[in-house]
Design a protein around this ligand. Sequence first.
Ligand code: NAI
Length: 358
Amino acid sequence: MVFERMANRGHERVLFIQNRAAGLRAIIAIHSTTLGPALGGVRRWHYASEEDALEDVLRLSEAMTYKAAAAHLPMGGGKSVILLDAALAEPREVAAKAMGRAVDTLRGDYIAAEDVGVNEQYIDWMGEETRFVMGGEKKSRGGDPSPYTARGVVNGMRAAMRFLNQEPTFKDKLIAIQGMGHVGWNVARIVIGEGAKVKAADISPERLDTAKQQLGVEVVNVDHILATPCDILCPCALGGVINGNTIADVQAPILCGAANNVLDDPFEDSSALMARGVLYCPDFVVNAGGLIQLAGLWLQYTQAQLDQKIADIESTTLRILDRGRVLASNHAAAVDYARRVIDGGIPNQPRQGAIHAG
Ligand code: NAI
């Protein structure tokens, strides 16, 4: 059963960890190390079943492979999940250290980072036991990746405008952003700085109020943001918000945001968006800026090399949008692009300068 599922998705290795004394049950999935070590977050979550946890880690680790490959990073894809007994279980140092030791047994084939339920402190605890972690404050490096993610998303928007034969400029454009969190806020800051107007929604009234005062965004009800007539719709909150029920509501010619797994059924929804005349910029291509930042630190990229990689999101997105026209699905085109990078069909090289792995 597990082998069949690994074979279906192409996973290399799945490690089940149980440490009774530390109260840790976890799964680490390494999808691919073809291009380099598998970098991916650790998610602490209360799953309804072990089955759900396994499905999540297999799906997420595969997506990391494609994200890294489409960003032309010499990195593979992996992810891990820690199965919590209760939804609000407090993070515990003893469990984090046990997780760190488990990560260490993989000797660098998997590099752990933050994800839902894991903060800098947790990463630092893990970092007591392994050097293969990113994103802590004391024991490893990283910091907040969202400004880099936002820059990548904005570059994706520029590619979409070019694809539609528009000037790639934000002057007088209207951008609707769902979620004024870390990434949404930074996207708003950049596009407003370049002359756009922003309409924004968030379930947090405080966050919205601050965005209104500090950035000058116009507030929209959370129930109406996806249906807001605008030039670009930018989902930066939860996954799955674009689905069979909401696609007909979208009133924007371009859909480009940071939210991971924004399409509920990526292959089907991507085709439905195309049929409706909405240009979808694949999530894992345009939201790779944060991964580029973390991988760049790991690989000891210079700031110029990092900047170039984030700038390259624009040309990669454009290539994928072109191919999407042929495949009738931009999601399919993005997966196809990433697979071709992994298979060596597209050189996995930076356009400028040499990059040295550290
Ligand atoms: P965040 O947690 O800082 O922000 C999310 C915001 O969405 C919050 O302000 C929250 O109140 C709001 N929100 C939640 N449900 C909402 C709803 N139904 N309607 C409107 N607003 C709602 O998260 P962050 O870091 O900004 O990430 C946003 C998305 O981008 C997530 O899907 C994340 O997985 C994805 N992403 C983030 C990266 C990063 O560098 N932070 C990198 C790649 C993807």
